[in-house]
Each structure stands twice: as structure tokens, then as C-alpha cells.
Write a protein that binds this ligand. Structure first.
Ligand SMILES: CCCCCCCCCCCC(=O)SCCNC(=O)CCNC(=O)[C@H](O)C(C)(C)COP(=O)(O)OP(=O)(O)OC[C@H]1O[C@@H](n2cnc3c(N)ncnc32)[C@H](O)[C@@H]1OP(=O)(O)O
Length: 206
């Protein structure tokens, strides 16, 4: 499992964020544009070649696997490949998840064309993805890892593409198990309710 430490300071983290963040954002836009474009066939072929060339340039030097979760010496986490919050992951919406003083976690975000399931609606698996992440981050306590054991969703009504909110809070802790509840909402209220059991795995127990 790739939890690693990288010997870099906050200014280097900031430099990398400023470098990679805009690249990820433009690729995210490219995904949306690829779905929605109605330009002529020749333009599609030209852009295909340009994207192929850009991809080849990026691959000239690359890691031999996923990004992992890297920590600085100060303990700051860089989950930059994460599918929901990853700074370097163009398929991440991305979510910025804030923690209230009482431990509730919240996020406001927009899901566009790349997250469609039924027409105009968010794919159910994407709802689960977002909720798994926010419930999982809510379950984290200190530097202990926590893995989803069980995630239960109730899709109360369809979730429209567009601006959305998610929130989560710890319901209770029983030994190595943390029970978290949360929801996904649009402007009219809750669309999906979630309950999760997050577990401190045996290999991480003292
Ligand atoms: C910058 C940083 C940001 C980093 C941001 C990171 C945020 C990540 C958020 C997303 C989270 C994920 O997607 S995590 C990825 C998806 N999940 C996984 O890959 C997990 C795969 N499963 C496993 O690794 C394992 O099965 C575990 C860890 C879940 C459990 O294994 P274990 O550790 O051996 O557990 P074990 O000792 O047998 O059981 C301990 C207790 O848990 C119960 N238990 C065991 N399995 C389950 C289960 N699936 N659901 C419910 N309860 C269970 C047992 O009955 C027992 O209860 P009792 O007898 O004590 O009462």
C-alpha cells in the first residue's frame, strides 16, 4: 500500500500545487468538452492528434504506478491521485471538504456532464463515490487509516447534474468501527442518504 513520506517543505508543496493544479483543471475541461463538442469531423481529428501528442509528452517520464497518498515531514497529506479530491486527478470533480468545529464535514461542488447516469442526472455510482469519500474522511481520527467496511445508500430521489452539497458526521464509535451518517443534497433538499461503517484495519492496530 502506498502511504509514503516525501521530504518537501510547504513552499515546495505550494509550487507543485500551482504547477499541477492548472494542468488538471484544463484536462478536466477537456473531458467535458469531449462529451459536449459539436465541431466538425476534421477538427475532431486534429484535436485527437494534438491530445495524443500531449499525452506522449507527459508519458516521457512518469511514475510506475498510481500516485499513492504521500505525507510531508510536517504530516500534511497529499492524496493527489484520489478519485474525488485529487489535485492531479482530472476525473475528480474535485471536492474540497471542510471540517466544522463539531466534526461535521461538508462540501459544495458541481457535477457536470462527465458524471451523468440517467439523462441529466448523476450516476448512482458517482453518488456513492462522493459519499464514500466524505464519510470516510469524517471517520478518520488522527493519523489512523480507516477503510470502508460497509456503505449503505438510500436513493430517495434522483440527483440532478449541477450544484450539489454533501455532508457527514460521526454517529458513534464502537472499538475499531466508526459509524458515519451523511447525505447528498441539491437545492431542494436531500437526494441520497448514506450510512457507513469504517474500520481501523487489523494491520494498523497497536
Ligand atoms: C491525506 C489523507 C486523505 C486520505 C483520504 C482517504 C479517505 C478515503 C475515503 C474512502 C474510503 C475508501 O474507499 S477505503 C477503500 C474501500 N474499502 C476497502 O478496500 C476495504 C476492504 N476490506 C478490508 O480491508 C477489511 O475487510 C477491513 C479493513 C474492512 C476489515 O478487516 P479487518 O481489519 O481484518 O477486520 P476484523 O478484525 O475482521 O473486524 C473488525 C471489526 O469490524 C467488523 N467488520 C469487518 N469487516 C466488516 C465489514 N466489511 N463491514 C462491517 N463491519 C465489518 C468485524 O465484525 C469486527 O467487529 P467487532 O468484532 O470488533 O465488533
Amino acid at each position: 500500500m502506498r502511504f509514503t513520506v516525501e521530504d518537501i517543505d510547504t513552499s515546495e508543496v505550494a509550487r507543485r500545487k500551482a504547477l499541477y493544479g492548472p494542468l488538471t483543471e484544463v484536462v478536466r475541461e477537456l473531458i467535458d468538452a469531449t462529451i459536449r463538442t459539436e465541431v466538425d469531423d476534421d477538427t475532431i481529428r486534429e484535436v485527437h492528434a494534438q491530445v495524443r501528442a500531449a499525452t506522449d509528452r507527459l508519458r516521457a517520464r512518469q511514475s510506475d504506478g498510481p500516485f499513492g497518498v504521500r505525507f510531508t515531514n510536517d504530516g500534511d497529506g497529499m492524496a493527489w491521485g484520489n478519485a474525488v479530491i485529487g489535485l492531479r486527478n482530472a476525473i475528480a470533480p474535485p471536492l474540497t471538504i471542510a471540517r466544522d468545529p463539531d466534526g461535521t464535514h461538508r462540501s459544495q461542488f458541481v457535477l457536470g456532464a462527465a458524471y451523468e447516469g440517467p439523462p441529466g442526472l448523476v450516476h448512482g455510482g458517482i453518488c456513492a463515490l462522493v459519499l464514500d469519500q466524505i464519510l470516510g474522511m469524517t471517520a478518520l481520527a488522527g493519523d489512523k487509516p480507516s477503510f470502508t467496511g460497509t456503505l449503505t445508500l438510500r436513493f430517495r430521489r434522483s440527483t440532478p447534474l449541477g450544484p450539489l452539497r454533501a455532508q457527514a458526521r460521526v454517529d458513534r464509535v464502537e472499538g475499531v468501527k466508526t459509524f458515519v451518517v451523511g447525505s447528498l443534497s441539491d437545492a431542494d433538499g436531500v437526494t441520497v442518504e448514506a450510512e457507513g461503517v469504517f474500520i481501523l484495519p487489523a494491520w494498523a492496530r497497536e
